[in-house]
Design a protein around this ligand. Structure first.
Ligand code: AMP
Length: 502
């Protein structure tokens, strides 16, 4: 079916042609006519299916009639992360070249003043993350009573990140008569409940679940020991052994591991940037741009930060950790092998990962082959690694940056320092600064106890709105124990008087 059969306006069709798209993707072909008919749509689709254009193209067509008023946006798109929000803006820029629409991006980490100015000018399309949107609302700078169309994108990720109460609040501020488009990659019961609540007689549009992985991706499991240093060493060996590696995304399950691994890689002479939810917006944008334009070969990232990012040519994905949710595996490795290109995805697997790995293989319906020996072989590999580590004690060599992606002779003592727990920031920055210099060469391999960390309450439990301890909102990201974690409140430890039996 050609785009011209979908009912899109002339201006939009011209922009689509200029973008080089010849045919709508299945989600576009199904959803666009319903959006244009002003129906509510429940779209079950993941990123990579063309779902962003499935709502931006008809929205552009609908917005051709009418004008924006100050502080009263006509349409509102909610996204879970700043990067996804920025990507939607790019879509409006690309397909809206023939329109004169005001598009405002309201995300955390950037100044209020500029965003205020945009809102004052009148906004046709407001693209926002929930926390910052509510901040503007609470400051009296925004009225949502003029919203004709609301898009809730990546609803399941919003749920993971604890944003649902924010979303419920926002939806209450938008007129009941609005049109609603609701997208989610998966439909767990909580999301079904929300869809029932937010949508009126919706048209359900579903494209193939991400249960299958592209056939252009070569997937391999890589057996490793569980300790951080063993995993990092295995990863470095893998990267060095990949002659075809042009660029790669390395996924970690936790934010603090993203930062740690990136520093470790850099200290070993690799060319790596980090992307996780605790970085400020400028740093996130810089890292992403550097990776996109090829200045940085490796991007170490967390799931939330990297979710849905559209980076067309990624040759390799490395799962430093096996993801806890099997769907995340499909999302992660889907960063490579895009648009028919060949890609390679390696997953480091330690003995603790058996369950998560089983869930992934069940989801994708196939076993993933091991690269060179399964977990039964890692006893030998781990002891060999440990011996090598001991052998190098007191004999740390200066790193030789033989290649952009890290030389084999790079200074490994740096990594030992990095193994010492998240509290040693001073040591770590010295390691980074001196790269192979004397401070990096501490050969002390005694384990240092992990500094005490207060348990952080996780996503949904944590004030549901992603507020930090100072009450500011931020983009939450799972790095945390469930419920109260290891912290037991004092009142729970008080003895309880048992009732006497009568
Ligand atoms: P999305 O699922 O929205 O993240 O889109 C994934 C990628 O598909 C983006 O790079 C889009 O530019 C691209 N894309 C969207 N629609 C089409 C289309 N009809 N034909 C080819 N590529 C498309």
């Amino acid at each position: 079916m050609p785009f011209s059969d979908l009912g899109l306006s002339e201006k939009v069709l011209n922009a689509v042609e200029a973008a080089g798209y010849t045919e709508p993707t299945p989600i576009q072909a199904e959803a666009i006519p319903h959006v244009l008919a002003r129906r509510d749509v429940l779209g079950i689709a993941q990123t990579g299916t063309g779902k962003t254009a499935a709502f931006t193209l008809p929205m552009l067509t609908l917005l051709e009639n009418g004008r924006a008023r100050a502080r009263m946006p006509r349409t509102l798109i909610l996204e879970p992360t700043r990067e996804l929000a920025a990507q939607v803006v790019e879509n409006f820029d690309r397909y809206g070249t023939n329109h004169k629409l005001n598009v405002a991006l309201i995300i955390g980490g950037v100044s209020f003043a500029e965003q205020d100015a945009k809102l004052t000018r009148g906004t046709d399309v407001l693209i926002a993350t929930p926390g910052r949107l509510l901040d503007h609302f609470e400051r009296g700078k925004l009225l949502l009573t003029g919203v004709e169309l609301l898009v809730i994108d990546e609803a399941d990720r919003m749920l993971d990140m604890g944003f649902i109460p924010d979303i419920e609040r926002i939806v209450k501020m938008v007129p009941f008569t609005r049109q609603t488009l609701f997208f989610s990659a998966t439909m767990p019961p909580e999301i079904e409940r929300l869809a029932d609540m937010f949508l009126h007689n919706p048209q359900r549009v579903e494209v193939a679940r991400p249960a299958s992985t592209a056939t252009t991706i070569t997937q391999r499991l890589v057996a490793t020991g569980s300790e951080g240093h063993a995993k990092r060493e295995r990863l470095r060996d893998l990267i060095r052994g990949e002659a075809e590696l042009k660029n790669g995304i390395i996924f970690c399950n936790r934010k603090r591991d993203v930062a740690l691994l990136q520093k470790s890689l850099v200290s070993h002479g690799f060319d790596a940037a980090a992307l996780h939810g605790d970085m400020d917006q400028r740093a996130r944008t810089t890292a992403l741009d550097a990776f996109r334009n090829g200045e940085t070969a490796l991007l170490v990232a967390s799931d939330v930060a990297a979710r849905g990012l559209d980076i067309p040519a990624v040759s390799h994905v490395f799962n430093f950790d096996v993801p806890h949710h099997p769907e995340d595996y499909v999302h992660r490795i889907g960063r490579t092998g895009r648009a028919g290109r060949a890609g390679t995805a390696y997953t480091l697997v330690s003995p603790e990962d058996a369950r998560s790995l089983g869930a992934i293989e069940a989801l994708i319906g196939q076993p993933i082959p091991w690269l060179d020996g399964d977990l039964t072989t890692i006893g030998d590999a781990a002891s060999e690694t440990a011996t090598r580590h001991r052998g190098r004690s007191g004999n740390a060599r200066r790193g030789s940056r033989s290649a952009a992606a890290g030389g084999r002779g790079a200074d490994k003592s740096a990594d030992r320092n990095l193994d010492k727990g998240a509290g040693e920031s001073t040591d770590r920055s010295r390691v980074r600064g001196s790269r192979g210099g004397s401070t990096a060469q501490r050969a002390d391999s005694r384990p240092t106890p992990e500094p005490h960390r207060e348990p952080v309450r996780e996503g949904r439990a944590r004030d549901e709105r992603g507020r930090d301890e100072r009450g500011r909102r931020h983009e939450a990201e799972g790095d945390t124990p469930v419920g109260l974690g290891s912290h037991v409140p004092a009142f729970l430890l008080r003895p309880v008087l048992a009732k006497k039996e009568k």
